[in-house]
Design a protein around this ligand. Structure first.
Ligand code: ADP
Ligand code: MG
Length: 704
């Protein structure tokens, strides 16, 4: 049913709703609240719970006042009841000064914080008590829709629910089509104790009890995960593109030129790759392996195979620093085999010459950054694309990777090439399925022999002077040192951020005060350690500046590199033996593990020192875990359990609302077994589930 025909929605509101992707009653009811407010429980101000959404009622005796700070308008209103007082704050809503009438009583709902000045509620929603109809209910709180208040939106939802509750169905162009038919098979419904779909839709919007809200939410995210997983499985089938099988897959000549025999784990990964290349289908494989497990050698062998089959191979690194590093190591092995290796990165002199060699096929092995496939580079006959250390890649971007493959000269009908993605970010199995469910998956286990474990120590800031002496000692032994700080410059003023209901404060702002910054730290360190050459590296530097610093560090002209996490990915300086992480509590376990992996790459004993003054039990537990556990996957599983999955998705995937909490993870786990069951029973082929899966594929919803 068109949204305009719904009671409470006219043309103007229909437009506002459309801006949020709501076009019909179905869309409307699929716009779920992000939380609820239990208005059966209206509290006195003294009883409000900080860090949660609360409702209280109070009479207003004075009107709000408006002030400005850094170009932002702030409206504040101090309110008292017989128990206590609270400050209400609205950012950038100057009209709130006119929203109230003195001596009337209002209900306020919002996120409550507690600061040294007392209680505060930021951007609350309000309602005059005498007009409030939703008093003693549990009311849903929706993600804001521009131009439509919560109250009005709730009324619109109620009208829509009345229709489906009375009929359970809607008339769509003359056909009685049920709007929310059950899509999950009976076996899954019973096996996982799920609410029916219709019931869940009703209860997410209008729960009688909080328990019903949670049950509804579980059911709906369960369904959401199932659909995504089934869509990914289907995508994997769709992506199966036929290609001529490769036949020259003996890579022994190459292997004999490596200065070491492959580990068992490297062999297994290589076998998976060679099997894919001979399968007659385009390879689409993710290789995961802990830092230092030797992914580069596996990548080289794969490239060698491609080149043996008279195709070009391309390797893409996420940064120029890494691209250059790969160029050097590939050249060492490939040049004696008479294979021409070229490096292509932005702003390079002679790049025309390089592009020509790529186009006419004399360049066999091409190394560069992502620009390699995004720009006007033309390949002669690209057979294999490898991306290294790229763990934040969406499905859609991955689909783009193979597009440059094939050969116009040979007349390939399908312009696709083999794709291999290598990542050192250990992703727990459950998440790997959601993030990379469309790919085949190999995990390299084990490290090359003789690798020294990096000893890890967790100390407080009180030890900093001693740590600095240790730096001095390592440098005098001819070693190099990394220091990682969380920020670039010291922040002198407290950050002001608009905190709204959609963006509640997550941590206290003043922690910034004791945060170590790269520039300050480097300055202090050079003062206290004369004779030690200290340099900085951070994301705000120009690419050529970064390159210069990295080059100097590679060849040992810099002793200590103080940097932000820009060095996290893939950098290989075997002479570096000490990694110091300041404010270590600010980093996730997986990230700390990545940082630690930068040292211990040479023959000498390496060590990692984590400095933190954090007092929270979780932070201490985390840093102690780093001391004990050296396996990246074990840490990743722990990280997932401790902090929830947010970190694994990275910023690019934020806001998809896919898996946000640990509770979501549990549901995802169950949905994965359910999806397996559904595929096994073949029930995913049946309507209406098949329709939902196709809808997900079509809408791009799975480009996580
Ligand atoms: P990553 O998997 O982190 O990319 P690299 O490929 O950079 O690891 O390898 C790390 C180091 O281990 C390199 O110096 C490499 O030469 C060495 N290496 C790789 N494979 C082996 C092996 N089978 N035996 C001994 N050393 C190896
Ligand atoms: Mg690597």
């Amino acid at each position: 049913m068109d949204i305009r025909n719904l009671k409470g929605v006219g043309a103007a509101r229909a437009e506002l709703l459309a801006a949020r992707g709501i076009h019909n009653v179905r869309d409307l009811l699929l716009y779920f609240p992000r939380d609820f407010d239990d208005r059966r429980n209206i509290k006195a101000i003294a009883d409000l719970t900080p860090m949660a959404i609360n409702t209280f009622r109070a009479v207003i005796y004075n009107l709000p006042a408006r002030s400005f700070s850094r170009g932002k308008s702030i409206v504040k209103l101090k309110i008292k009841d017989s128990t206590a007082s609270i400050t209400l704050t609205w950012f950038n809503q100057p009209y709130m000064t006119r929203a109230f009438v003195k001596e009337r009583e209002y209900l306020f709902t919002g996120y409550v914080t507690e600061n040294p000045y007392g209680l505060e509620m930021r951007s609350p929603i309000h309602e005059e008590v005498c007009k409030a109809q939703e008093y003693a209910y549990i009311i849903p709180i929706y993600p804001n829709i521009h131009g439509i208040s919560q109250k009005i939106f709730r009324a619109i939802i109620k009208n829509a629910l009345d229709i489906i509750k009375s009929r359970g169905a809607l008339s769509v162009s003359g056909i009685e089509a049920q709007l929310f038919p059950e899509i999950l098979p009976d076996a899954v419904m019973a096996g996982y104790n799920l609410m029916t779909r219709l019931h869940a839709i009703i209860n997410i919007h209008m729960p009688q009890t909080p328990e019903n809200f949670y049950k509804a939410r579980r059911r709906l995210s369960f369904e959401n995960f199932c659909i995504r997983l089934l869509a990914l499985a289907k995508l994997k089938e769709i992506l199966k593109v036929r290609c001529a099988p490769w036949d020259k897959l003996n890579v022994n000549i190459f292997l004999s030129r490596l200065p070491f025999p492959l580990t068992d784990g490297q062999h297994e990964a290589l076998n998976d790759i060679l099997r894919d290349m001979s399968s007659g289908y385009v390879m689409n494989r993710l290789i995961q392996g802990d830092v230092g497990c030797g992914k580069t050698a596996v990548a080289m062998a794969a490239c060698y195979a491609a080149i043996q089959n008279k195709r070009q191979a391309a390797l893409m690194a996420p940064t120029e620093v890494l691209a250059r590093q790969h160029y050097i190591s590939f050249n060492k092995v490939f040049a004696p085999l008479d294979i021409q290796v070229v490096l292509l990165i932005g702003g390079m002199p002679k790049s025309e010459h390089v592009k020509n060699s790529i186009k006419n096929g004399t360049a066999k092995m091409i190394i560069g950054t992502h620009a390699l496939i995004q720009t006007d580079v033309e390949f002669y006959d690209l057979g294999l694309v490898i991306t290294d250390e790229q763990h934040r890649f969406g499905v859609r971007q991955r689909l783009g990777l193979s597009e440059k493959g094939g050969s116009a000269a040979r007349g390939d009908k399908i312009n696709k090439c083999h794709v291999l993605i290598m990542t050192a970010t250990p992703i727990p199995r459950t998440l790997a399925l959601v993030l990379y469910g469309d790919m085949d998956y190999t995990r390299i286990t084990g490290l090359p022999p003789g690798r020294n474990k990096v000893d890890t120590f967790y100390v407080t800031g009180a030890y900093r002077a001693r740590v600095h002496k240790f730096i001095d000692k390592e440098v005098k032994l001819g070693h190099q040192v990394y220091v990682v700080c969380p920020s670039i410059e010291t922040i002198t003023e407290p950050m002001t951020e608009t905190i709204t209901q959609d963006n509640p404060p997550v941590e206290s702002v003043n922690t910034a005060q004791d945060m170590q910054s790269v520039t300050d730290y480097a300055a202090k360190l050079s003062l206290s350690l004369p004779g030690v050459i200290v340099s900085v590296l951070h994301g705000k530097m120009k690419p050529y500046e970064k390159q210069e610093v990295m080059d100097l560090f590679y060849c040992g002209k810099i002793d200590v590199l103080v940097s932000t996490t820009v060095i996290e990915v893939g950098v290989n300086v075997p002479n570096a033996s000490l990694m110091i992480v300041e404010n270590a509590d600010r980093f996730g376990l997986s990230q700390l593990h990545q940082l630690r992996g930068r040292v211990g790459r040479g023959k000498d004993k390496a060590c990692c020192i984590l400095i933190s003054d954090a007092k929270s039990r979780a932070a201490i537990r985390k840093l102690k875990a780093m001391e004990k556990i050296s396996d990246g996957f074990e840490l990743a599983e722990l990280d997932l359990r401790e902090r929830g999955p947010g970190d694994f998705f990275g910023t690019a995937q934020h806001g998809t609302g896919v898996v946000d909490t640990r509770e979501d993870m549990d549901i995802l786990d169950q949905a994965q077994s359910a999806a397996d069951l559904i595929i096994k029973n073949g029930t995913h082929e049946r309507e209406p589930l098949a329709g939902e899966v196709n809808r997900a594929l079509g809408s791009g919803i799975i480009s996580l």
